[in-house]
Design a protein around this ligand. Sequence first.
Ligand code: C2E
Ligand code: MG
Ligand code: MG
Length: 721
Amino acid sequence: MQREVVSSPALLVWCLLMVLASLLRAVFVYSPQHFTVDHDAETRLWKFRLGVIVAGAVWGSSGFLLFPADHPQHLMFLIFVLAGMTVGGVASFSADLISAVAFSVLISLPVTLRLFAAGDNMSVAMGMAVLLYLGFMIVTLRRINRNVVENIFLRLEAAAREEKLREGNQRYRLLLSHLPVGIFHFDTDLVITYCNDRFADMLRSSTDRVIGLDMKQLKQQAILPGLRKALQGEMGYYEGHYFATHSVADAWIYMSCAPFPNGDGTIVGGIAIVQDVSEHKAAEEQINNLAFYDPLTELPNRRLLLDRLHHALAASARSGKEGALLFIDLDNFKSLNDTLGHDMGDSLLRQVGQRLLACVHEDDTVARLGGDEFVVMLEDLGGHDLEAAAQTEAVGERILATLGQPYQLDAHEYRCTPSIGATLFQGHRLEKEELLKQADIAMYQAKKAGRNTVRFFDQQMQDAVTARVVLESELRKALEKQQFRLYYQIQVDRTRRPLGAEALIRWMHPQRGLILPEHFIKVAEETDLILSIGQWVLDAACAQIKAWQPEARTRNLALAVNVSAKQFRQRNFVEQVQAAVQRHGISPVLLKLELTESMLLDNIEEMIKTMRALKNIGVQFSLDDFGTGYSSLQYLKRLPLDQIKIDRSFVADITSDSSDGEIVGTIIAMAQNLYLDVIAEGVETEEQRQFLLGNGCAHFQGNLFGKPLPLEQFEALLKQE
Ligand code: C2E
Ligand code: MG
Ligand code: MG
């Protein structure tokens, strides 16, 4: 453009300067860092500034070299270009104030000076305008420079921060995945949102499979309460066995979880830390085992026995039930050790331990004190000494029988018997050690008594138990030796006319004479002998009914038979009764079964079913000892009864105790409402009879009319009537 108004040499020189300046800047910019000796920022900045200054100077020189003095149009063009370059320079170099100021001053100052030098008004005015423009430019530049510098610093800072954050995050993840504990995060829906590798390992799964798992669906829900606690803002814990749902993993874990709040404090999930403490637990268990168990037999040792005894005493004090200690010592164990060696001795002790366990309930304790001494602790026996003693005796006998069986010791068949000492405990009457000593002393008594036997510490107890054992064995023989008899107690109506009798069993003992049922029915019930005794009574009663048929006087007498709960609950009881009735060919209405209220206590539905079946055969029912049990009216209504028998304890005081009188009155009224007969038993006086009569009772039984009598005497009594 300037070719026409500026001399060619000037233009050429300017162009050459421009090319040189550009080359210099290019060298500065592109010179590779590692080729330059100094590459610190300061030097580079100064190099940059030098480049800018040179470029500014070359551009500025155009104001001198390319100044078209007499061509206003071209002059405008030049000023315009230089102003544009100034703006461009200011914008580009605004980050470095020195570069930008130097560049704009170097560009604009020469042309201004040249304009002032021209001297004419127009030029001076233009020079002033350019100066003004430069001034504004520099003022603006300061602000732009501040902004740009600030901006750059902010960006650098942000980048540095981000880098640090990324590093921190990476370190955190690395830490989490290498931690020896399992960690997982979960959201408020109990879905796992993150877990580390260790946690996935613990579950024998992979993090991909664990993340996203909905813990509400887990088979084992035991950990959920702890997690939910964290969601409620508290710390949650779980310790125990954990079985995984989606794998075979199972471990003893300790888990603690904390709530996870977001920025404004709302809980958006939780963090759980899980430790696998299986090994720790196993070690603990092993230590525990060593401290509390006998390593040879794996039975509790003395220490654990005493601990359990302590608890048993407390439990017994609470429940009122008795317990027992059986001290067991093997007879002649030392000689086995001496002849067959210790290995065989150990083997025998292990087998004895196993057999003892088989003799007792799961909750009872079998312990080995050492050597050939074992202790069995029984709990929850009866509430009475005799009952508990009988149960203990039974276990003792079982142990004698079980341990007396031959043992296989390698090729040898070995026989060995124990001696057993027993003592009972109830509450904290005696110290633990004292009890153990009592059982030990009793064991020595058993040894003295000839071994292979059970002895009680308490002599009275021993006597009672011995008597019971004798009774039991005699009772077993009584049936086959035909020592039982039936006695008959008359039952009469209002006018004392005989209606029938209650059959009551008696035992004619060869030495002790007549024994009343109260002395043997309980033992018979406990040993199941009652089943065969009951069967005998039923059969004898049916036979008697049959025998009474030919005579008019006895033909219509009904015979009441007492039935025990155990007997009644036999599965084939209905068939038994039916068979007896058929065998003797009697009318079933003459047979009356006396049941007691205590039978109602368990399984009332089953009882009603049996009663209905018997009712179908045609037999009658009387509810014995009424008033002493727990009959509720509800049940009473549903039982197919014919008669209620007022217990003799009420009848006894009927005239002296007004409340007994009222009770009897109420029972009679209630029975009438239910269309049931009422019979009063134990009527001994005329006064009692009158009272009962007055209250509407129509049937009577008691010594007033006749005691229970053997058959001949009963028949004689009938003839008197
Ligand atoms: P229970 O069924 O309540 O029998 C009535 C008891 O009252 C009989 O006692 C009888 O002798 C007695 N007794 C009758 N009248 C009077 C009286 O006026 N005054 C007094 N103080 N007592 C009187 P026993 O014969 O000793 O029988 C006692 C219990 O033994 C019976 O009570 C019954 O539960 C049971 N029992 C008797 N025989 C058998 C039987 O063959 N089988 C079964 N399972 N239990 C029987
Ligand atoms: Mg009875
Ligand atoms: Mg009774």
